[in-house]
Design a protein around this ligand. Structure first.
Ligand SMILES: Nc1ncnc2c1ncn2[C@@H]1O[C@H](COP(=O)(O)OP(=O)(O)O)[C@@H](O)[C@H]1O
Ligand SMILES: [Mg+2]
Length: 222
């Protein structure tokens, strides 16, 4: 079977990043919680990697002021820039995308510069936020766009929330993986942590495919 993630050249180098070959629009998954240290970044990295292993073109978008998703995969922004430039209008998101060890996983990297930059996703009073504009530009290239973010309470009301059933247990290997710059599946595929996130990816894909199929039936093309 040919790989599902074909590649395209990024503007500033010889590296290649995956491009979507599916017909569906990327589902945006924000891993949000008001608290820190609850596993948001771990979930963003691990779920993104698990979706990529399942050959779903996936974008991990780092909007964390600590750049934890970028650092957890041992990446650094390239000459095209990073999310700071995208959110301040100095760069386009296509220019900053980085390939990873996993063919279907692309990262929009960050550095610490994001402190104090507008990272809201939800448009308010007719105003489009830079983040939602950036997502819109690349949405048709990916099946899933993941980001981990700490949110203020009332933002949650804007998101359609879905609680997945998969439970990720405490797992030492999950805690170790970021310092090796690897997603858990490439660090220790046999760990309980890897198994849990692969199960979560399966659940996310099943849900996504079910709802996409339903949307196709409900909104037939004229
Ligand atoms: N299931 C888990 N088992 C063990 N350690 C974990 C697990 N999930 C996350 N960690 C570790 O807990 C710490 C906080 O997780 P992190 O994903 O950075 O949280 P957040 O992004 O919500 O602040 C990190 O050191 C991470 O490696
Ligand atoms: Mg975090």
């Amino acid at each position: 079977m040919p790989p599902k993630c074909s590649t395209w050249n990024i503007p500033w180098g010889r590296d290649r990043v995956p491009v979507l070959t599916s017909a569906s629009m990327g589902r945006v998954i924000a891993i949000a919680n008001q608290k820190g240290g609850v596993g948001k970044t771990t979930t963003a990295i691990s779920l993104a990697a698990a979706l990529a292993i399942a050959e779903r073109p996936t974008l991990l978008l780092d909007v964390d002021p600590q750049a934890s998703s970028t650092k957890g995969l041992a990446l650094r922004p390239g000459p095209g820039g990073e999310m700071y430039g995208v959110l301040t209008g100095e760069a386009q998101i296509e220019e900053i995308l980085l390939p990873t060890e996993l063919e279907c996983l692309t990262v929009a990297p960050a550095s610490r510069d994001l402190v104090g930059v507008e990272v809201e996703l939800v448009a308010e009073k007719g105003r489009e936020f830079p983040l939602s504009q950036a997502v819109a530009r690349v949405r048709d290239r990916f099946d899933f766009i993941l980001m981990s973010r700490q949110v203020v309470a009332d933002i949650r009301a804007f998101f359609k929330e879905k609680v997945y059933r998969t439970i990720v247990p405490r797992n030492v290997r999950l805690g170790e993986a970021p310092s090796f710059g690897k997603p858990i599946m490439l660090y220790d595929i046999r760990s309980r942590g890897a198994e849990s996130y692969l199960n979560l990816a399966r659940e996310v894909i099943r849900h996504h495919e079910k709802t996409s199929a339903r949307q196709r039936t409900e909104q037939p093309h004229p």
